[in-house]
Write a protein that binds this ligand. Structure first.
Ligand code: LMR
Length: 394
């Protein structure tokens, strides 16, 4: 029976992790998978996470099941972190999920149940895993214009025009902040226009927010999500704690769904529990518990916010440094977009061939679409990358 299986295509991002590991050169630079690394190339356990784990080890008395949708305290803490008071709590159904990807998967499944004929509008480009999950679930997909390869900024006129083609029963997938893979983001005014278009078309938005705190700060990064929540009747939010809490392997995330009425929310909440039960039963608890402890304890929270801010400003510094190195080497400002992009990633607009040249000649590993993880750099490797970008003729 198993002989009938066909090989599946490898995930391009995860494949790169292995290629990097296998490269013996000690000058190699990993700008691939979206994992934060400090200047020493280490992905640290955040201080507040360590402290919460210690507390938990001392106080936890049972490992029995929690709840099909996770601990309600986690849902509450995440709702406040992301939505603040932009939406009434009694219209938000929520379920803990295995990471942000688990939330994305559950959201698409919920969408398919609610709107079997509906289409999902995705940005061109988007995180590749969005595309493969949508395809896997057999949902029709429509790409809207997003990244302008010439300016390396958002093609907002194109985006607005394409989003007007959505209709009630369709889902419009947006990145809450720190767009992956491009690093190009909407301005506050553009978020407002997107809100207008959603109301005009009646399409339902879904916001994937996996990097809150990595762009312009925890509050600023939630602007778009809160604005949309305050305007539209229905919304789905897939949130990840992998990056901003650094709890990648704990698989910590949640799906929040805003329904039109408190009554409808009860059915949505029941459906989220049903979907969890069908797919994996109880969601992982350890990471969610740590996140809840951190968000609800003023001292832990202050320390977490301070460390997150160090991470964010560190990445901004690297962006500035790289843009400046490239300004000097090219005698132009054409790479200044790197300093304007936000989050962990920038798509630098190199061809696949140029990406491979940098990999071959300089042991620089970025994803084939020329997405680089800015956190993979440090003050010493920035000039090496700038040199390689110029040498490859980008
Ligand atoms: C990424 O885009 O690199 C991260 O979100 C990690 C992943 O799972 O792909």
């Amino acid at each position: 029976m198993l002989n009938a299986l066909k090989p599946q295509p490898a995930d391009k991002i995860l494949e790169l992790v292995q290629l990097y590991r296998d490269d013996p050169r000690d000058t190699k630079v990993d700008l691939g998978v979206g994992v934060y690394k400090n200047a020493d190339g280490v992905t640290p356990v955040m201080r507040a996470v360590k402290a919460a784990e210690k507390q938990l080890w001392e106080t936890e008395t049972t490992k029995t099941y929690v709840n099909l949708v996770g601990d309600p305290a986690f849902s509450d803490a995440m709702r406040q972190l992301i939505l603040a008071d932009s939406a009434p709590a009694n219209r938000i159904a929520s379920a803990a999920t295995p990471g942000g990807t688990g939330a994305v998967r559950q959201a698409f499944e919920l969408f398919r149940m609610a709107s079997p004929e509906g289409r999902i509008f995705v940005s061109g480009p988007t995180w590749p895993n969005h595309l493969t999950i949508i395809k896997y679930l057999g949902i029709e997909m429509v790409e809207y214009r997003y990244f302008d390869n010439a300016t390396r900024a958002v093609d907002f006129d194109g985006m607005a025009e394409d989003l007007k083609g959505a209709k009630a029963g369709d889902l419009v997938l947006l990145h809450g902040c720190c767009h992956n893979p491009t690093g190009a983001n909407l301005t506050q005014d553009q978020w407002k226009t997107v809100g207008d278009i959603l109301l005009e078309t009646g399409a339902t938005p879904m916001i994937d927010i996996a990097y809150q705190g990595f762009g312009d700060g925890l509050e600023a990064d939630a602007f778009g999500t809160r604005h949309i929540a305050s305007r539209v009747p229905e919304l789905m939010i897939a949130a990840s704690c992998s990056k901003n809490f650094g709890v990648y392997r704990e698989r910590t995330g949640c799906l929040m769904v805003m329904s039109e009425t408190a009554e409808a929310t009860k059915t949505t909440q029941g459906t989220l529990a049903y979907l969890n039960r069908q797919n994996y039963s109880f969601p992982p608890d350890h990471g969610a518990r740590l996140v809840t402890m951190i968000l609800n304890d003023p001292a832990l929270r202050a320390d977490w916010e301070a460390e997150l801010e160090e991470v964010r400003t560190g990445m901004l510094g690297l962006r500035e440094q790289l843009a400046s190195e490239l300004r000097q080497r090219t005698n132009s400002d054409r790479f200044d977009f790197i300093a304007h992009h936000r989050g962990m990633f920038s798509r630098i607009g190199a061809t696949q061939e140029q990406v491979l040249t940098m990999r071959h000649d300089n042991a620089i590993y970025m994803v084939g679409d020329s997405r680089m993880n800015i956190a993979g750099l440090n003050a010493k490797t920035v000039p090496l990358l700038a040199e390689a970008i110029v040498a490859a003729g980008v």
